[in-house]
Write a new protein. Structure first.
Lengths: 519, 175
């Protein structure tokens, strides 16, 4: 049973989706129990796998026992790099499923089973992307997640959402096709699709490693992944797609999709091409870090220009993607940048989840879509607002939240790697985040025009009216519990940053290899 | 010019075609205003990649890769007018086996088994298998995209992107 955990993790949501297809159409009430059961099974399997990785190291799982190289090519591998990512996916998807109960009820109920089917297939894809060890399977799984997210985004009632969805389809498909093309070139040169076989062949054969085809392959793969993760000049699809879709969809996609793409980039860099080849042979580190700096600055400035809460958060995601890409490419000799990027994948996913939860609750309960609508929201919704403050502080990077420590590792990497422009961009972005969020705090605490002249009775009356729908919401534990759990996880991840980063760093090749190969 | 053709284009003919097709598709996705035309471009783009993969698997004088597990006692090879005629069990495509045999000038029964396991005489099946999956993915993408286009048309009454954008701008300024 324990041997089969990796397969169970991927397949449980898929079977859940099939079950909903069979039974959910007739009775919508069975949908959520099925969703919840399959997600909990996946989460349990993910935690079990992570636990095994801590004890025994890397797990290799061959689907149906077909071992490489003669096998059918479905190999799953869980190592120190992705063990925490699968736990993150499990936690995030389970929390969002709670959040989605009420939201789906508010939507057209006829679509409820459809929503949950897409939701579970998306989870299957995310788990699969994270643990696959095969370059082509990665493409298929990326397309599974993308196709389901196109559907989820288009399910919203907004016209802009539909337009954003078609743009996302076009961009996303081109990105995936680029990735596929890159894999084709790699296959042409190495004759295998298994990531670790490719790496072994590239390391053994210098002629292949330095051929133009492999460089082109790397470029295509990188471009494809960059489009998927909305790296700055290629981010066009993201803001509209994530701000005009239903709230529960945004909560699911915004924290996970871009972060998982960043993980895929790091996985491709470490497990296919090898850091030494990328940083020393190609030497593109400076170029990519400069691109990342542009992404960070542009994302922050664009976020500052937004009036809508969700759009602002979307542009912050664009900036955060810049953090992670830049961090991964810092090429400092102790690899603090890469560790920071990987740690930031976890911490940023939680922060984004927290902020999107709050944005979803606000837009639903008090119909606040723009920053100015938030007047006096702190008094009305204390728990939600407290969690928002925590998420915002993490975004700004205030200890002891996880955001502080990820920035700490990234800046350490930037200094050791000599990329001062990256350090400056990070600090600038933190400042912009501080300005952004303190503007919201101010409006939310004091309002634009503090109502001081009103009589006591009148004020009380106003409060009562406002309070009514809000109280109804605040006691809805299905919504507040996931939010509070997320907020607590942000702090916990921050407090336990040391062990987490040490755990991640075990996945990297020994630093001496990279240092000694340095010119 | 003819030298250029012979040295650069002819040996990589498939690859030139795939690059041209891909660029055509990409251009259509970027430059065309009509959503359906964009999707046609997207399809061309994806099909070009399929051409690329299939080109990888091609070998000259190679046949379909089906392992022949029949023992020699199941072979019924009959000489008729100097040609082999085999029953359908032995090979799905007798003609190709014949051509291949002719190339390697094997005329006897034993030559058949050797051919069946010799990888040089078979096309590489893996890219084809991969492309079956990629075709399915492409069809699924196109299906989703067309469905979204239908929604767009219901909501905007048009599929021209500039008209949609103009309408979105109008509705934004109304708010």
């Amino acid at each position: 049973m324990i041997d089969q955990l990796p397969a169970i993790m991927v397949l449980a949501p898929m079977f859940g989706a099939l079950m909903i297809g069979l039974f959910g159409q007739k009775d919508h009430r069975v949908c959520f129990p099925i969703v919840f059961t399959s997600l909990i099974i996946s989460l349990g399997a993910a935690i079990g796998c992570a636990n095994l990785v801590t004890k025994d190291g890397t797990i290799d799982y061959f689907m149906a026992g077909w071992e490489e190289p003669l096998g059918i090519g479905i190999q799953l591998r869980i190592d120190h790099l992705n063990a925490l990512v699968i736990v993150l996916i499990g936690v995030a998807t389970t929390l969002v499923s709670f959040f989605s109960i009420r939201r789906v009820g508010a939507l057209d109920t006829e679509k409820t089973p459809h929503f949950y089917i897409l939701y579970l297939l998306l989870c299957t894809g995310l788990y699969g992307i994270t643990i696959t060890a095969d370059a082509f399977n990665l493409f298929v799984l990326v397309e599974i997640t993308s196709l389901t997210s196109y559907g989820l985004i288009a399910m919203g009632s907004s016209r802009r959402g539909t337009h954003a969805a078609i743009n996302y389809v076009l961009m996303g498909t081109i990105g995936a096709s680029f990735y596929l093309l890159g894999v084709g070139y790699l296959y042409l040169k190495t004759g295998t699709l298994n990531m670790h076989d490719i790496q072994a062949i590239l390391q053994a054969n210098e002629e292949v490693r330095n051929s133009n085809a492999v460089i082109i392959a790397f470029l295509f793969i990188l471009m494809g992944i960059w489009i998927k993760m909305a790296f700055f000049p290629l981010h066009g699809w993201l803001p509209n797609a994530y701000s005009y879709c239903p709230s529960s969809t945004a909560c699911l996609l915004a924290p996970l999709m871009t972060k998982i793409s960043v993980y895929v980039m790091i996985r491709v860099m470490i497990s296919i091409f090898g850091l030494e080849w990328i940083f020393i042979h190609l030497g593109w580190s400076h170029l990519v870090v400069i691109l990342a700096v542009i992404a960070i600055v542009a994302g922050s400035v664009l976020a500052l220009a937004q009036r809508e809460i969700k759009k602002m958060l979307c542009y912050l995601i664009v900036a955060e993607v810049g953090y992670m890409v830049g961090g991964a490419w810092l090429s400092d000799s102790n690899m603090w940048g890469l560790s920071g990027a990987m740690y930031h994948v976890l911490s940023d996913a939680l922060m984004t989840l927290c902020l999107f939860f709050v944005a979803g609750i606000w837009s639903k309960c008090i119909d606040a879509k723009e920053i100015d609508d938030l007047e006096g929201v702190f008094k009305k919704m204390p728990i939600t607002s407290a969690c928002f403050i925590l998420g915002a502080l993490a975004m700004i990077g205030v200890p002891p939240t996880s955001g502080f420590f990820s920035k700490f590792y990234l800046i350490r990497g930037g200094i050791e790697g000599g990329h001062w422009e990256y350090v400056a961009a990070l600090l600038f972005s933190s400042l912009v985040n501080a300005v952004l969020f303190f503007r919201i705090f101010e409006i939310a605490f004091f309002g634009k025009n503090p109502p001081e002249g009103h009589g006591h009775d009148e004020e009380h009356h106003d409060d009562h009216e406002d309070l009514h729908p809000v109280l109804e919401h605040e006691v809805s534990w299905r919504v507040t519990i996931p939010l509070i759990v997320t907020a607590v996880l942000i702090v916990l991840l921050g407090l336990f940053n040391g062990p987490v980063v040490e755990f991640i760093r075990e996945a990297f090749p020994p630093t001496s290899e990279i240092v000694s190969a340095r010119p | 010019m003819s030298e250029f053709f012979e040295q650069t284009i002819q040996p990589h003919f498939n690859f030139w075609i795939y690059v041209i097709l891909m660029m055509l598709g990409l251009w259509a996705v970027i430059a065309k205003k009509n959503m359906i035309k964009k999707l046609i471009g997207l399809s061309i783009f994806q099909t070009a990649i399929i051409l690329f993969y299939v080109s990888i698997g091609v070998k000259e004088d190679a046949t379909i890769p089906i392992l022949d597990h029949h023992g020699p006692e199941h072979h019924e090879v009959v000489h008729e007018n100097g040609e082999h005629i085999e029953d359908a069990e032995t090979s799905a495509h007798p003609e190709e086996v014949h051509e291949k045999k002719g190339d390697h000038s094997h005329g006897d029964d034993h030559g058949h088994d050797d051919h069946a396991t010799d990888p040089d005489t078979m096309a590489n099946p893996l890219p084809h298998v991969l492309m079956l999956t990629a075709i399915v993915v492409g069809v699924a993408t196109l299906g989703v995209a067309l469905a979204i286009c239908q929604m767009l048309f219901k909501e905007f009454g048009t599929l021209e992107e500039d008209e949609i954008l103009a309408e979105l701008k109008d509705s934004a300024s109304d708010d």
